[in-house]
Design a binder for this molecule. Sequence first.
Ligand code: DCP
Length: 229
Amino acid sequence: NVGKLFARMSASPNKNCKRLFTVCIEGNIGSGKTTFLNNFKANDNMLVLQEPVELWRDVGGTNLLEKMYKDPVRYGCLFQSYVQLTMLQLHTQKTNLPFKVMERSVYSARCFIENMKRTKMLEKVEIDILEQWHEWCIQRADIQTDLIVYLRTSPEVVYERMRTRARKEEDCVSLEYLRQVHDVHDDWLYNRSLFSVPAPVMVLDANKSVSEMMAEFEKCRRSIFENRD
Ligand code: DCP
């Protein structure tokens, strides 16, 4: 409930001391996170941090994203371990600006770990270690988040978008895989039946076209500003 969310944000003492306000944009592969995030770049009081996909594609010359998709059993754990590191680097990036908007987070990295656990892609010991890393980050690292924007989509819609954008590493990504990733996100942010949710959640219908999403974006941006200033 967005009304309650902003009532809570307004009541927060943080509003008065103007501590950094962090927003994480979450959603399935192809849900439009990058496009949504790019709109925030027009605001000069926001640090906008895109997901470090380019880093994952070039780890000292190795395309780890590609290796992970080609051989998830061999590279899944290594890839998720690197994702956690690079996301942690974004969370802890310092800024004097009042707002930070991030694509994904250490929190949603857990969704992919959870899916590898559900599908038994990794060994138990690999899951144990990834989960321990994750827990440590949640408990000990400075990754405080104030709002999650969940771009909720249907797997069929994101499958079409993913095929259209044709990122070469994602050639082998099936509709079935997108359904699994959707289910984990939904269990986490919509059904709230999975791991803990670190901040209030604004759920947006991201099946809409780009132009329709602009209206959603404007609503979201205005609400954030109005309830902060
Ligand atoms: N990925 C992954 N494990 C993670 C994070 C991402 O396997 N913990 C993969 C899924 C995608 C690629 O990395 O193949 C990028 O995924 P995102 O959903 O984070 O980014 P998109 O570019 O697909 O987002 P959007 O299309 O919503 O802008």
